[in-house]
Design a protein around this ligand. Structure first.
Ligand code: DSN
Length: 433
């Protein structure tokens, strides 16, 4: 059952309590491979559910627009100091509500509408807020994009440099949502300097790996760093901005009053707890294990004939092109979900298919590593994925996944997944035995 127990919620609103319980059970029984998700610790969960949610605190410590900040000021200062210490940054802002507002604050701080931004194209692995045409960042600014090389699946820094010197962007963004390889922060910084641009490193996906020493840090290279706190960093839903002393005031003003009102203090507390956890020696092991599991899973999938973008991974994330498996990403993702394996369909670079029905799958190892799975389990995980994808290919359509033979096969896999996971505790769930 959900832990901590929620007796007041159950008494006041049994419908919501039942849904919370069902979601906790679902998370316990599913193999969660969504690359941007994780399991927070029980301590983070408790911090996020406190009376701090009652308090308004527009402004920053010592300069607020409401009274009663005796507790919130030191709380936010503690979170800021922990963020600075963990990443070695000169300045941190822990108030952004999530990754998209954090990135938007950077635009507000450094750009005017119509200014040029150079970033990774969304279908190549970028993010909506990196200038996608459907995002405010694509509508109000002038995005130009780099991608990956078709032959390598990797960013070619010579291409980035060529575009930057031609387009003279005011902002260059590195990082994204579907990048399985190491981001070359130093090379991006050199190009930004040459082009006279501000460099934003969006390290949302890899923040936990950076904190744990399993990915190079953008600190010292990028002018500004944005990150969510809930992916590999294993904190609550939220975000942070890191920057130099030089840009601190500009960035703070962009977050508040530029873009947001009062910070979510319960989230700030939970972020502070997650930052403390990420500074422990055991988090280094966690980060290393995340990468080791992703690489073991990549090897096991390659052995089974899966086509991985860039041929593997350096981090927590894998991108599989299912074209050679004869099934689309969407049908495969639905089949895998029915088989107890949760991930998302994703475009692959140069995808001939539409974004809502693309060719690929994105997988990540952050949550299963928190659960305690090790490299030795990855062959079984790849075997389940192979069986479910083959069943999806045979079915040929989303509707046909419900036909008895396919449904039985997917259900059998889900049972095997559940059996394995029953040996691995989940924070937020108390065993019913
Ligand atoms: N939606 C997140 C992801 O899944 O990568 C990024 O914002």
């Amino acid at each position: 059952m959900h832990e901590p127990n929620v007796p007041h919620l159950a008494a006041t609103d049994p419908e919501i309590a039942a849904l919370v319980e069902a979601e906790a059970r679902r998370q316990y029984q599913k193999l969660r491979l969504i690359a941007s998700e994780n399991y927070v610790s029980a301590a983070v969960l408790e911090a996020a559910g406190t009376v701090l949610t009652n308090k308004y605190s527009e402004g920053y410590a010592g300069k607020r627009y409401y009274e009663g900040q005796q507790i919130v000021d030191p709380l936010e200062e503690l979170a800021v100091e922990r963020a600075k210490a963990l990443f070695g940054a000169e300045h941190a802002n822990v108030q952004p509500y999530s990754g998209s507002p954090a990135n938007l604050a950077v635009y507000l701080a450094f750009l005017s509408p119509g200014d040029t931004v150079l970033s990774m194209d969304l279908p190549m692995g970028g993010h909506l807020t990196h200038g996608s045409p459907v995002s405010i960042t694509g509508k109000w600014f002038r995005p130009v994009h780099y991608g990956v090389r078709r032959e390598t699946g990797r960013v070619d820094m010579d291409d980035v440099r060529e575009i930057a010197l031609r387009e003279r962007p005011k902002l260059i963004i590195c990082g994204g949502t579907a990048i399985p390889r190491t981001i070359e922060f130093a090379a991006f910084a050199e190009i930004a300097r040459e082009a006279g641009a501000i460099l934003l490193a969006d390290m949302a996906h890899i923040a936990g790996l950076v904190a744990g020493g399993a990915h190079p840090s953008p600190v010292g290279h990028a002018d500004v760093i944005s990150t969510t706190t809930h992916k590999t960093l294993r904190g609550p839903r939220g975000a942070m901005l890191l920057t130099t002393a030089e840009h601190a005031k500009t960035l703070d003003k962009a977050v508040f009053p530029g873009l947001q009102g009062g910070p979510h203090n319960h989230t700030t507390a939970a972020i502070a707890v997650a930052l403390k956890e990420a500074s422990q020696p055991s988090f280094k092991d966690y980060a290393a294990n995340v990468v080791a599991n992703a690489q073991a899973l990549a090897d096991a999938l390659l052995e089974r004939g899966f086509d991985l973008v860039s041929g593997g991974t350096d981090n927590h994330l894998l991108l599989a092109d299912l074209t050679n498996k004869g099934v689309t990403g969407k049908i495969a993702a639905k089949a895998l979900d029915a088989a107890g394996i949760e991930l998302n369909f994703n475009t692959v670079p140069f995808d001939p298919r539409r974004p809502f029905d693309p060719s690929g799958l994105r997988l990540g190892s952050a949550a299963i590593t928190t659960r305690g799975l090790e490299t030795g389990h990855m062959a079984a995980v790849a075997g389940w994925i192979e069986r479910a994808v083959a069943a999806a290919a045979r079915a040929g359509s989303r509707e046909a996944l419900a036909e008895p033979e396919t449904a039985r096969e997917l259900d059998t896999i889900a049972g095997e997944v559940k059996d394995l996971l029953s040996g691995f505790p989940m924070p937020g769930w108390a065993s019913e035995d």
